[in-house]
Design a binder for this molecule. Sequence first.
Ligand SMILES: *Cc1c(COP(=O)(O)O)cnc(C)c1O
Length: 637
Amino acid sequence: MTHAHEGWTAERSAELYRVREWGAGFFGVSENGDLQVTATPDDFAGAVSIPDIIAGIQARGLDLPVLLRIENLLDTQISLLNDSFIQAMKSLDYGGAYLGAYPIKVNQQQQVVEAVTRHGRKYHHGLEAGSKAELIAAMGMHSDPGAVLVCNGYKDEEFVDLALHAVQLGFKCVLVIEMPGELPLIIERSRALGVEPILGVRAKLASQATGQWAESGGDRSIFGLNAAQIIEVIDRLKEAGMLGCLQLLHYHLGSQIPNIREIRSGVAEASRIYAGLAAEGAGMRYLDLGGGLAVDYDGTRTSLSSSRNYSVYEYCADVIEGVMTVLDEQGVPHPTIITESGRALVAYYSMLLFNVLDAARFEPEPLPDSLPEDTNVHIRHMHQTMLALTPDNVQESFNDALYYRDEVRQAFNQGTISFRERALGENVFWQTVRNIAILARDLPALPLELEGIARTLSDIYYCNFSVFQSLPDAWAIDQLFPVMPVHRLDEEPTREGSLADITCDCDGKIDRFIEGPGVNRTMRLHALRSSEEYCLGAFLVGAYQETLGDLHNLFGDTNVVTIRILEDGKYEFVGELEGDTVEDVLSYVEYDTKALLTRFRETAEQSVRKGLITPAQRREILQAYKNGLRGYTYLER
Ligand SMILES: *Cc1c(COP(=O)(O)O)cnc(C)c1O
């Protein structure tokens, strides 16, 4: 059965939701209106339908919401970054090599780190750790002596010892000095263990980046050493006879740097410092640019904070060119370039799929042609205003309607009209506003007060997920993520709405959507059908969202399903992780669920004693309670 509306096509949905712009070639819309995903960018011959995948997930007994990971997308991004550096180095005749280091903090899940090391092996793609726990994870996952293991973050003796042990095992494990006080500890532990460390310094650059995370780089950064402190490190290492151990210069301008100019000026400054360190006699071999390679979340290819004005290849070529310009002039050999790109590698690979539970449609009740004789005078006047509405008196009518509505409210508060009458008054008001909104669509210039009207009249779609758990950056820093329906794309989306999650929190919503170069407060959606679930996806959520998420309202981890797309357009399920149960999340906040159950048993027994329920009812109630403990924290079908 097709529901295609006249004049509407799947192609128009692709344009409306800007799939091609943010999708990086991975996402497309099929003619029958399904959102598709492909493992081979821009080639949809072997694409897989996302609604099909959802059906497969549900057939396996897992409920939405589901975080879906598609392994091939991660593989493709790892290859894209490495191949782009290799190609740029080749075409510019660069004398060094490239080594990636995936920063574990961007998505620490074992599956993700495993996938990075597995596919990254052929490029010697390594890992970056910013804490002891991450280093311990990295040492357990990492087995490639050709790859680097970069240790950033503040270090204690245990951290330093672990890194030195990694060097003993033959790993290129670099201890990056972030604070002046770390050096004496590192020198002491190296001597005690008899290990020659591989050292790096993290520089604070003067170059500033704009965008959301700008303050992690630059002079005001809390991380890294300034020029004087770096010179002090050099002098101390010289004294200790260890200057040869200093092999790496690290900096990090911040994540999601949208403007290539800022990346270039960072590289230029860092290359100068690198040359300075080499001139001081340090054993320089590596230049580590940190992260910052951005993701074009809104698909605008601009320097807006949710975008980037460069391609991955341009990034690589500009970095290499920038390094060569400075170092060739100074006669310094080309270093191995390291980047710690995280966001750009993992963002594409995960999407959150969720169902809509209900929609609050804003529809005033139809009004009778004439109101009863005894209707309150203000309501009658408002009704007349509504009937007399024309394109020429829109503003005036709006003002009048507002005035009469206030009068009606006042009359209600003073007890002169009934609750039922007040409801009639509000209905007339909203009907008037709705008629104004319809007329306003065709007006050339909209009076300021009227601009918000359309939004007031938009629907709210209640969705089965928690913004706080699954899209924390959408809440905390207003980050934009592409959101769209995953099916019915051959039908015109006739509704206009925003999304609310199921936490009881007025911040639990998405009301900033990608549309054109700007941001819209509502998005186009399809009317719900009783016969069919309506499913949406939030895309590019692989970076930072999973462990920053919290347990607001005790909604826990969602189910996670991983698939791999095969050559012939088929796909296989390669992993599933059940989300948290109610019992799990209660234990996270220190409840003893056994004790809870014991107490609840007693409560139920007392109710039996009081004769409120029968023993058989008690059994049923206890069963429901136990099932609840074992159940999913989201709404189940
Ligand atoms: C967060 C971080 C990264 C990752 O940055 P992306 O922009 O996600 O690539 C890399 N290096 C350091 C030191 C970081 O703190």
